[in-house]
Design a protein around this ligand. Structure first.
Ligand code: HEM
Length: 284
């Protein structure tokens, strides 16, 4: 039987509606709204690009991604191509359902939806991690470097660990702990989205200001795409509970700045993915 031991909120948590708390909350909502829009645009890309290729039976169009160093379609590798197709289409479930889980109004007004969407999300992240391990270590995708393979594998281990911890917490009705592990899971499960948005933000800014360093950034961002969002979340948690007014305002400003940078990346990646879908020449 499940024991009901609702986790008590630590006394230190300051939830009074002070201006600093309100600012922090509003900036977090803004960040989430931007992420939500970007992830649904990503879902559209995944379904339009990969779904279309399956419907018309032309898997070779996946290799339009060669422009960014990826070559997911391998002629004659039926098993590998199938695993990749399921992996890419499964990712659209994560892009669709992840942010919905974090919206408090949905949790309280539609708890059944929250539970079912949560189960689908958990099952999908497990399948994506397992298929991801297959793509890296068995299929040995020519387009995946050793360092990318290590990074995505570490990401996969974090996904499995956080999914397990979020599940254990909800089984034990430790709601606050579940919420925290679910938020960590949401970030690591969206690493592929952060990877693209971060890269396209960097491309856009480096083109605007005429500086280079793209290769070094891409190398760092291979790990940063999940470690930076995770670190930011921990800073947010800590500041929300223990931070001074100045710390809360600083974190709120950082979240707004990140949301603006994400808008740039979402727009740039949106333009690029539109070219991929339409088959037009790629220029970025
Ligand atoms: C919930 C977690 C995951 C999501 C949402 C996800 C999403 C994606 C997406 C959308 C693509 C296609 C990329 C594109 O169209 O540009 C992809 C490719 C790939 N993913 Fe994942 N992925 C996840 C977990 C993993 C893990 C844990 C690994 C490794 C252990 C992995 C390894 C790969 C590989 C090797 C490719 C293909 C690269 C290539 O052939 O070019 N993924 N993933």
């Amino acid at each position: 039987m499940i024991s009901i031991q609702q986790e008590t909120i630590p006394k230190a948590v300051n939830t009074e509606p002070t201006p600093a708390n309100k600012l922090l909350r509003k900036s977090a909502v803004l960040w989430l709204v931007v992420a939500f829009v970007g992830q649904w645009a990503f879902m559209y890309y995944l379904v339009a690009f990969y779904g279309q290729s399956i419907v018309v039976g032309d898997l070779e169009i996946w290799n339009r991604l060669e422009a960014v160093g990826a070559k997911p379609y391998i002629a004659g590798d039926a098993m590998g191509n199938f695993a990749f197709a399921m992996h890419a289409l499964g990712a659209s479930i994560i892009a669709f359902g992840g942010a919905l889980q974090l919206i408090p109004a949905i949790r309280t007004k539609a708890p059944r939806f929250h539970r079912w969407n949560g189960r689908v999300f958990l099952l999908t992240v497990i399948l994506l991690s397992v298929s991801g391990f297959y793509l890296v270590w068995v299929r040995d995708a020519a387009s995946t470097s050793q360092i990318q393979g290590l990074s995505t594998s570490f990401n996969g281990l974090l996904i499995l660990a956080f999914a397990w911890l979020a599940y254990l917490a909800i089984r034990a009705r430790r709601i606050d702990s579940h919420r925290r592990w679910a938020m960590r899971l949401y970030l690591v499960a969206n690493a592929q989205w952060f990877l693209r948005i971060g890269m396209f933000t960097y491309f856009s800014i480096s083109q605007m200001f005429g500086f280079g360093g793209t290769e070094s950034f891409m190398l760092l961002w291979t790990f940063g795409c999940y470690l930076v969002p995770l670190a930011m979340l921990e800073v947010y948690f800590w500041t929300k509970s223990n931070g001074s007014t100045t710390a809360k305002s600083a974190v709120a400003c950082t979240l707004v700045a990140l949301a603006l940078l994400m808008c740039l990346g979402i727009f740039a990646f949106g333009m690029f993915s539109q070219l991929l879908i339409s088959g037009a020449p790629l220029e970025f």
